[in-house]
Design a protein around this ligand. Structure first.
Ligand code: G1P
Length: 295
């Protein structure tokens, strides 16, 4: 008998965002806009579009603008309605349609494993997805939907895997895995941020996970790892000893918006995809590159 599909999503967002200083001096990095929507909104929308209606953001009390972004603004809606600003209202409605977002505090960020552990009382004995806000997926929900399908079929934890050049593997969790069907691997071993020489492969874990509730016990058994933090990768390593763990391999649609260049790439690609901006923006890009003698 197949169990009901999970509706729970957890989005860790309690980090300090130091890589984007000074922009993040007084503003959460998840609120930095990509075109005209904060990064966190794309991630919440992806979860929602994949059928995850119970969404929790792990945050810190001082990141008030994150909560503000998902709260209703009746006065502003009334004003824009009075002014007939339909296009602006549509942007606000789109946020409302994402449903209510639950906030859980992790006052003292001690790593991704610790952040996810904070969701245990909310998630309980249920499977759940984790979406890292630095990994922006522009793929119409294809990757996460496939991961949820695999979870449903195998009742197991599922990771997202992408091949990266050997010299980049030390920025990621890296796995040893065997192919079980096209695009699906069973993961046998996982290491957080290995040196290229120690990496089990160049298959990197990216920020989409579907966990069984067994991950909470595994986190509880895990010691502090790389950077003195409680690493979710190490907890997955513990989980592999008692449960099978799978990985869906994908290749397209990911932007690491925690990196400046990839943040810019996401901005350019998303702006080009926009019906209201794309054609004019494309022209602007071409003209700018020509003027600078770059094309
Ligand atoms: C985290 C995880 C790492 C994973 C990466 C994906 O690292 O710890 O295993 O590969 O996200 O983006 P971070 O980028 O937060 O250092």
């Amino acid at each position: 008998m197949s169990e009901r599909r999970t509706t729970r999503a957890v989005i860790p967002a309690a980090g300090l965002g130091t890589r984007f200083l000074p922009a993040t001096k007084s503003q959460p990095k998840e609120m930095l806009p990509i075109v005209d929507r904060p990064a966190i909104e794309y991630v919440v929308e992806e979860a929602h579009d994949c059928g995850l209606s119970d969404i929790s953001i792990i945050s810190r009390p001082e990141k008030t603008s994150l909560e503000g972004h998902f709260a209703p603004v009746p006065d502003l809606v009334a004003l824009l309605t009075e002014q007939g600003k339909e296009d602006l209202l549509a942007g606000l409605r789109r946020i409302d349609e994402l449903g209510s977002v639950n906030f859980i505090y992790q006052p003292d960020p001690r790593g991704l494993g610790d952040a996810i552990a904070h969701a245990e009382h909310h998630v309980g004995e249920n499977p759940f997805a984790v979406l890292l806000a630095d990994d922006l997926m522009v793929d119409g929900g294809t990757l996460l939907t496939r991961m949820l399908d695999v979870h449903q079929e195998r009742q197991a934890t599922v990771l997202a895997l992408i091949e990266v050049p050997d010299d980049q593997i030390s920025a990621y969790g890296s796995v040893a895995a065997e192919l079980v069907e096209p695009g699906l691997m069973q993961v046998h071993h996982i290491v957080e941020k290995p040196s290229p020489a120690d990496a089990p492969s160049n298959l990197a874990v990216i920020g989409r996970y579907v966990f069984t509730p067994g991950i909470f016990a595994a986190i509880g058994e895990t010691e502090l790892g790389v950077g003195g933090e409680l690493q979710i990768t190490d907890a997955i390593g513990t989980l592999i000893n008692s449960e099978p763990v799978f990985g869906v391999v994908f290749s397209h649609g990911r932007f690491d918006v925690g990196q400046k260049l990839d943040f810019l790439r996401a901005t350019v690609e998303i702006a080009l995809d926009r019906g209201d901006l794309g054609p004019e923006f494309a022209q602007l890009l071409v003209e700018t590159l020509k003027r600078r003698g770059l094309v």
